[in-house]
Design a protein around this ligand. Sequence first.
Ligand SMILES: [Zn+2]
Ligand SMILES: [Zn+2]
Length: 362
Amino acid sequence: MPQQVQGVIAPGKNEPVRVETITVPDPGPGEAVVRVQACGVCHTDLHYKQGGINDEFPFLLGHEAAGVVESVGDGVTDVAPGDFVILNWRAVCGRCRACLRGRPWYCFDTHNARQRMTLTASGTELSPALGIGAFAEKTLVAAGQCTKVDPAVSPAVAGLLGCGVMAGIGAAVNTGGVGRGDTVAVIGCGGVGDAAVVGAHLAGAAKIIAVDIDDRKLETARSMGATHTVNSRSADPVEAIRELTGGFGADVVIEAVGRPETYRQAFYARDLAGTVVLVGVPTPDMKLELPLLDVFGRGGALKSSWYGDCLPSRDFPMLIDLHQQGRIDLGAFVTETIGIGDVEAAFARMHEGDVLRSVVLL
Ligand SMILES: [Zn+2]
Ligand SMILES: [Zn+2]
């Protein structure tokens, strides 16, 4: 039987979000219904509300979530009712060229649930944020979007791996290939940038230089493992990073802002043959201009990191294990827990830079 639950809806461009009753269908073949326990508030949810992603309103927001599988449709074998899972945006297909070449983290044909959830009052179909829609008591996803992890971890902590924290750790570890003894700089110290700091620390980086324009964020980055901080409002970050690395520049620079000016800083703040990783998400109007001779002459690699180039089935359980062993502290990303009616206020606090993550408990 389809179920009626409460969910947070973005009804139209820049309109305040509100809690509405939504209808969640029974899972069809390859689908699962998940009872959501916690879901983090991410910048991407705000971008949906602002119409910055697409205009397929109304959206069912929320996508950094953990919960318990309630029911599964035909043909689902990887997860079962009662499993504690982290949701991911990208159920890999296993059949596309990337998957068949053994690189499923690049899967070109990821999928979400086929059926749509609807507004109960009007029957209007909802667009779930990143194919998840987890600011809701229950949500319908493709079963491949569920990754089973150890239920001993709190849902508020586990859910954050579903998006920003994974993107940041993966940008350092998977895309950047940070290794023992490397020097690393991270430009932009929100949730994703701080997670990149954690990833660089985990990988054994010798120096981790955090760059931001907000001293409070730099303090947080230091508590996450940054060895040096640079306020780029008061100092030239390129000069400062070179100075801190013996005049060379960093081996890996992670750009977690997604703007041409910070990308240029990242480009010039790395050592010759170093790596730039772009994990910050730009907007469609942005253009990058660089002297092509510098692109050639400085060598190295300019890479982009989608979702930290993660493979959820490989990376989520591993990072949960490391958290439980005390080798990373995912709990440090949870600034506050809030109720389902508090998402609009959480957007305002996020915009002010007051929180790393607000997490809705359901
Ligand atoms: Zn997100
Ligand atoms: Zn694929």
